[in-house]
Design a protein around this ligand. Structure first.
Ligand SMILES: C[S@@+](CC[C@H](N)C(=O)[O-])C[C@H]1O[C@@H](n2cnc3c(N)ncnc32)[C@H](O)[C@@H]1O
Length: 251
């Protein structure tokens, strides 16, 4: 069940920052912010899916003015409760189509969409619209950055369509792939100490690097860099994820 907050309800938002994954490690956040601050230069940054401000808050502390778009008021409320959160402007809505008024402050030098969040858009049409929306907010020479997994189809054994990715004693999670539609539906199941259980399902759409390049092209952007991650190691055939930067041409 989802409401206007989408899959990031109050209950999810309350626990979001307790996650233990690499994205929440100080070093990874610093590497992310280093690259984003460099790309933003003297301009402003627009975060699509700003969430609880995991990246927006440290980026703002570096002196980059940040504005966010997010459909989940619950996630944004968590950011607002953190130091500096009240100073970050947020537009509530779908980042595939929400327009931020740039009349007063001018267009952005950077738009970014991290932590696989492009996959929250579950159709190719919506992902294309997202690229167009990001591009429309950029000044000429500005960049759009996406951090996302390389689709994990090599993990699918012949004749199967399910890949488990969490197998603890009380916690299981797996993805069900549809290689025709590119749907990747994740199921999360948790059993608490008292025996009560919780199950959640989140639909995603996996998307190939080359497909993203075509989306960028449709939006008038061109690929500037693609790395294996925030440390800027080269992207190779063995890369499990990528950080890609597309640029809006100056003329
Ligand atoms: C995985 S969280 C990432 C939050 C933050 N960017 C980070 O890196 O920690 C995804 C965020 O994107 C938001 N989101 C997902 N799909 C969205 C959409 N179509 N429009 C607006 N926000 C969306 C969710 O509400 C959530 O806050």
């Amino acid at each position: 069940m989802t409401d206007a907050d989408g899959h990031f309800s109050k209950q999810v938002a309350e626990r979001y920052d307790d996650a233990q994954g690499p994205q929440f490690q100080k070093e990874v956040i610093e590497q992310t912010v280093d690259l984003l601050a460099e790309l933003a230069g003297d301009g402003r940054a627009l975060e699509l899916g700003i969430g609880t401000g995991r990246i927006a808050l440290p980026l703002a502390r570096r002196g980059v003015p940040v504005h966010g778009i997010d459909m989940s008021r619950a996630m944004v409320d968590r950011m607002r409760a953190k130091p500096g959160g009240e100073r970050i402007g947020v537009s509530i809505g779908d980042f595939a189509g929400t327009t931020v008024d740039t009349t007063a402050d001018g267009p952005f030098s950077l738009a970014y969409l991290v932590f696989n969040t492009i996959m929250n858009l579950t159709s190719q049409e919506a992902q294309v619209a997202c690229f167009r929306n990001a591009a429309e907010h950029l000044a000429p020479g500005g960049c759009f950055v996406v951090e996302v997994l390389v689709p994990e189809l090599r993990k699918i054994p012949a004749g199967q369509n399910i890949v488990p990715f969490r197998t603890g004693p009380r916690e299981w999670a797996y993805t069900v792939y549809d290689t025709v539609t590119q749907d990747a539906t994740c199921h999360y199941i948790e059993i608490a100490e008292d025996g009560h259980g919780e199950a959640r399902t989140i639909p995603f759409r996996y998307v190939w690097p080359a497909e993203l390049d075509l989306m960028a092209q449709l939006a008038g952007l061109r690929l500037r860099d693609r790395w294996d991650g925030w440390t800027r190691l080269p992207f190779t055939e063995d890369s499990a994820q990528h950080v890609s930067v597309w640029e809006k041409p100056i003329s």
